[in-house]
Design a binder for this molecule. Sequence first.
Ligand code: NAD
Ligand code: TYD
Length: 358
Amino acid sequence: MGLISPLVREIPPRLTMNVLVTGGCGFIGSNLVRYLRQQRPGWKVITLDKLTYAGNLENLQALERDSGHAFVKGDIGNRELVDLLLAAHEVDAVLHLAAESHVDRSILGPEAFTVTNVLGTQVLLEAARARKLKRFVMVSTDEVYGSLGPTGAFSEDSPLKPSSPYSASKTAADLLALSYTHTFGLDVVVTRCSNNYGPFQFPEKLIPLMIANALEDKPLPVYGDGANVRDWIHVEDHCASILLALEKGQAGHVYNFGGAAERKNIDIVKGILQLLGKPESLIRYVKDRPGHDRRYAMDFTKAQRELGFTPAHKFEQGLADTVRWYVANRAWWERVRSGAYRSYYEEQYRARLTQGAA
Ligand code: NAD
Ligand code: TYD
């Protein structure tokens, strides 16, 4: 990928490391924080999350008494806070996941996407550069490549042609991050991953929305003809790929990750209904999403070759496990749907907040 400053180097696997995870209360972030604590128990993990509608501190409940994890409520766009955090926790590396992440919301209101995804990333990069961090992993997306026809797959060299305000903002952040390697010698690795599924996904995205609606016998809204294709990766495989990028990725490089599981939306929806024993009469074909990307597919041979990545989860098994998780954790998604989950932070921190120590 062109010239890389001699300052930039691979970081060897380390026994101890302080890692800042931004967006650690979201779907992928919370799975990642738990994964890191399990896989690298000697590391300290610090979560920075603004707790937007998509951020749920309950997702990290399992770590409440874990001294190897610290949570900080705040905005990645707050430079003073970010500087303070990086210094106070002697952060070695940043895993940057915080984002506005939902395409439909970006169509309704694009501004927050530019503010958080572009400007917020810029603030983090500047702070990382100032402290000469060892590594900055920019968690990007396959949506930067735009849409595919019926054949082929995205490689790291595919042109970037984002279609939605969400994907355009992620593309800006992705390229900005790479520019910090080329221009300033900051050690950046970019990951571009396909659609994730698994536990703790906010029920506005396809799979959890369809599961929750089916469980409540509500209509299942399928956009357009339902023949749009996504490649699905289990969130745990994505977490593993982010750790691989952190430990083995080459500075200034981009890595694609995918689940080798291309599926039409309608087939997923029918599969969920079948797993739940619900009738297909719940399916409603609705007006298509504006600018709806037709197909995504990932060529992740570079990650296989250079990082030893391979998705461990098979989609049909992973989907069945995910459906089971949503059945068993109905209280979780009911609190999310009702908005009640947002009081968790206040409940959790009320005492500490009134003592001024949160
Ligand atoms: P999510 O919406 O579930 O979580 C995003 C988290 O970021 C939330 O906890 C939210 O509170 C936090 N956040 C938002 N704005 C913030 C700000 N200004 N400061 C601090 N925290 C803020 O998203 P997700 O699905 O877990 O995605 C995580 C990352 O992975 C995103 O960067 C997304 O673009 C990328 N990604 C997602 C997928 C997918 O299928 N979900 C696929 C590829 C890449
Ligand atoms: P989504 O989960 O929003 O992810 P993305 O748009 O980032 O790929 O949507 C996945 C696919 O499912 C996409 O083709 C849009 C479609 N979809 C529906 O048909 N109905 C829905 O209610 C939702 C949320 C998505």
